[in-house]
Design a protein around this ligand. Structure first.
Ligand SMILES: O=C(CO)[C@H](O)[C@H](O)COP(=O)(O)O
Length: 229
């Protein structure tokens, strides 16, 4: 079972991008722990989002919470440098998109950031075999990457259990993050399978409070109750 405090990480993919700074401030004020920042390049995935200047703009706006950058790009190293300079806190990338996984991880760690690998639903965990001592987090995609609003793929539950076993065997405090189709109804089951960090995009951002459009505390509260908190 996860030993680390659970964290809720809203994916800004589903935020109102015309009011991004405000949206990020609002979810953090409503109880989110960090921000999940989805970078898509229309090459590794068939969609295009935002890059390092937007991350820097959030820092300049005054956001001090961790910004967890998920690179869905190929190649990865140049953008790693850009996001280090832009104020990212964590950077994860897909191992099959990196020419040299060990080097890409080292670029992130040597800059003092947390680093990790991301696994698509059909990407095997064996990519971890020789870098388990170098990752601070493992991100399991529970949808195929590229779009928000998809349904959680059920076989991710078994993969989460396998990833949890690997983490426990390593004896290290590696975070196990899950991304795609997470909501207040399934978060408890996902946590029981071993996850401790929960990315939520559409289920969170669509649940603005009707009486106060700047508050997301109802849905974040429901997620925490789902986690037994
Ligand atoms: O990485 C992603 C897509 O590639 C998104 O972070 C993920 O899908 C979250 O969105 P939702 O909670 O709406 O499923």
């Amino acid at each position: 079972m996860p030993a680390l405090e659970p964290k809720i990480a809203p994916s800004i993919l589903s935020a109102d991008l015309a009011r991004l700074g405000e949206e990020v401030s609002d979810v953090l004020a409503s109880g989110a722990d960090m921000i999940h920042f989805d970078v898509m390049d229309n090459h590794y995935v068939p969609n295009l989002t935002f890059g390092a200047p937007v991350c820097k703009a959030l820092r300049d706006y005054g956001i001090t919470a961790p910004i967890d950058v998920h690179l869905m790009v190929k190649p990865v190293d140049e953008l790693i440098h850009a996001f280090i300079d832009a104020g990212a806190s964590d950077i994860t990338f897909h191992p099959e998109a990196s020419e040299h996984i060990d080097r890409s991880l080292s670029l992130i760690r040597d800059a003092g950031l947390r680093c990790g690998l991301v696994f698509n639903p059909a990407t095997p965990l064996t990519w971890l075999d020789h870098v388990m001592d170098k990752v601070d987090m493992i991100l399991l995609m529970s949808v195929n990457p590229g779009f928000g609003g998809q349904s959680f793929i059920p076989h991710t539950m078994e993969k989460l259990r396998q990833a949890r076993e690997r983490i426990d065997a390593s004896g290290r405090d590696i975070r196990l993050e899950v991304d795609g189709g997470v909501n207040a109804d399934n978060i408890g089951e996902i946590a029981a399978a071993g996850a401790d960090t929960f990315v939520a995009g559409s289920s969170l951002f669509k649940a603005r409070r009707e009486d106060d459009p700047h508050r997301y505390d109802t849905v974040i509260g429901a997620m925490r109750r789902g986690l037994g908190r």
